[in-house]
Design a protein around this ligand. Structure first.
Ligand code: 6XA
Ligand code: ZN
Length: 344
């Protein structure tokens, strides 16, 4: 399997985050991608390729131009306002406040408008890293479109929390959504996104909620207790012609493999019935038992089984890296999925 990777991911590094009341080094740090890359090389998964640089048009299929302009320019604006450090939003619209439908003009108000949390900051080079992560997803999709059975886009920063015009949860551009749209724009009529990350991909859900050309199935920590909260309940099934094409499997803290697998198999069957012609896997491995910010109990060998079952779809498949923070096991867990797929 080809892996798409660029060292440009180093251009994004938020120094710190607030985690359970403590300011700590961010969990979403550059070494994550290096660990996965090393494992890809150690097991000889296949060639590692640098993605081309794509036109912004491919990204504008998913994200709004005003949001992309904002991401690209907000750091310069922050400096021009005389501020040092990184760009951080710090306040969001509460349910008591009216919804607004156009970006406000003030810098902090606009930062609030285009985000939903402060899991990650915007540094001077975040836009470039996020753009290169999107390139990494597009290059992987193009490899599959050219006839590869599967490809791995080792994206960093991750993407599934980013919506059409917002960032959050360490995510700036929705790499998996951009790849899914690439398949649709190049001959595929129906694409499934199978999100196996521990967290609900609220951005992916927002992007495709009213569409029937993309089925999203997501297994995740119940939003009643887990980030990103408020979205990811089973009752959210899509809207309009998208009704029935958004499948959420919220699961309790402490979910062991047996229960995770039962939900996975249910989603697997529903994806099969949808009969997609291409598949995008939002590949988070933060379901691992030792993940420092997550609460499921999967073991390393379970990731091999996941890969094997994904191969059973018999579909052109793109794996897109999302979360996973237990750095000692991150490479093994992510690549176990890919080896499970290859071995099937
Ligand atoms: C912020 C937690 C962000 C979770 C990011 C993630 N405290 N998403 O892994 O899949
Ligand atoms: Zn996650």
């Amino acid at each position: 399997m080809k892996t798409f990777y660029t060292a440009d991911h180093h251009l994004h590094h938020s120094g710190m985050e607030l985690s359970f009341g403590r300011i700590v080094e961010t969990f979403e740090k550059p070494v994550r991608a290096e660990i996965v890359l090393k494992r890809v090389q150690d097991v000889g998964l296949g060639p590692v390729l640098e993605p081309a640089s794509y036109d912004r048009a491919a990204i504008e299929r998913i994200h709004t131009p005003d949001y992309l302009d904002f991401l690209e320019n907000v750091f310069a604006e922050w400096r021009a306002a005389g501020r040092d450090g990184e760009v951080w939003p710090y306040s969001w619209r509460h349910r008591s406040m009216p919804m607004i439908d156009a970006p406000p003009s003030g810098l902090d108000a606009r930062l609030s408008y285009y985000s939903f949390d402060m899991a990650g900051s915007i540094t001077e080079t975040t836009w470039r890293a996020a753009k290169r992560a999107a390139d990494t997803a597009l290059a992987g999709a193009d490899a599959v479109l050219s006839g590869e059975r599967a490809a791995f886009s080792l994206c960093r920063p991750p993407g599934h929390h980013a919506g059409r015009d917002f960032f959050g949860g360490y995510c700036y551009l929705n790499n998996a959504a951009i790849a899914a749209q690439r398949f649709l724009d190049n001959g595929h009529a129906r694409v499934a996104i199978f999100d196996v990350d521990y967290h609900h991909g609220n951005g992916t859900q927002e992007i495709f909620y009213d569409r029937d050309d993309v089925l999203l199935a997501s297994l995740h920590g119940d939003p009643d207790f887990e980030f990103p909260f408020h979205l990811g309940y089973a009752r959210e099934r899509g809207a309009g012609k998208g009704e029935g094409y958004n499948l959420n499997y919220p699961l309790p803290a402490g979910t062991p493999w047996s229960e995770w697998q039962a939900a996975f198999e249910d989603a697997h069957e529903k994806i099969r019935v949808y009969a997609p012609t291409a598949l995008v896997i939002s590949l988070g491995v933060d379901t691992f038992k030792d993940d420092p910010i997550s609460q499921f109990k999967l073991d390393s060998e379970h990731f091999t089984t996941i890969g094997r079952r994904i191969a059973d779809f018999g579909l052109p498949t793109l794996f897109v890296m999302e979360g996973g923070y237990a750095v000692d096991a991150l490479g093994i867990n992510a690549v176990n999925v890919l080896q499970g797929y290859e071995g099937a």
